[in-house]
Write a new protein. Structure first.
Length: 214
């Protein structure tokens, strides 16, 4: 078969036994619901085998769902007769070249979506449960601008700080330092105001994988 985009019979596709992505029953259910709602809108990557079959380089879980739905043909990009090493490299490159999410912008989008779709409906196709979707929507109602005023800084070295002092336990201080480190990993932020923002997000129980924290 010619290298490039094609429609191929699902019966000719085989999963890669070296696929490193973990199985997740809840995610598979979300993916299945995505296919029921939208169909296959992302192509899979395949390579030709000497057996006449095609190995799925990227899209093994999508193949699982297509088999459940008894889909006849799949949209694919055929990489041709590449080596196993080349296929594995492509799998990592295409799976892991991802951009971090702006958590507040995502929360704003979800808040907008809840005006048209119920949290229960959204949770069927997204990696969040009903409660997490509701909390992300509530997150957008918090007034973050109160921390943008240079004259009132509850965390910086300002006159306001001289009027209010906080005494915390060693455990609380250690937790604050831990949050500062994790916030830095999110995008180079290290200000105490940004740490406070992250603490609120964490308190709302938004999963770490959705915040880009490993």
């Amino acid at each position: 078969m010619k290298k490039g985009f094609c429609d191929i019979e699902v019966s000719k596709l085989v999963k890669a036994d070296w696929n490193y992505k973990e199985e997740n029953e809840a995610q598979t259910e979300n993916l299945l619901n995505n296919f029921k709602r939208n169909g296959q809108i992302e192509n899979i990557l395949i390579r030709e085998l000497d057996t006449g079959f095609f190995e799925v380089v990227n899209g093994n879980h999508r193949l699982d769902v297509m088999k459940i739905l008894k889909t006849k043909k799949a949209h694919a990009y055929n990489c041709g007769k590449i080596t196993l090493a080349e296929a594995q490299r492509i799998a990592i490159e295409t799976n892991e070249t991802k951009f971090e999410s702006d958590n507040l912008k995502m929360a704003e989008l979800i808040s907008t979506l809840t005006k048209e779709f119920s949290a229960e409906d959204l949770s069927k196709t997204m990696p969040f449960d009903d409660e997490q979707i509701k909390k992300m929507s509530e997150l957008t109602e918090f007034d973050w601008t109160q921390y943008d005023n240079d004259e009132v800084d509850t965390f910086g070295d300002t006159e306001f700080e001289k009027d209010i002092k906080f005494k915390v336990t060693e455990e609380t201080f250690a937790r604050w330092e831990e949050l500062k480190e994790r916030v830095g990993k999110l995008g180079g932020y290290n200000s105490d105001a940004k740490v406070f923002e992250f603490a609120v997000i964490e308190a709302l129980n938004i999963p770490e994988e959705c915040l880009g924290v490993s």
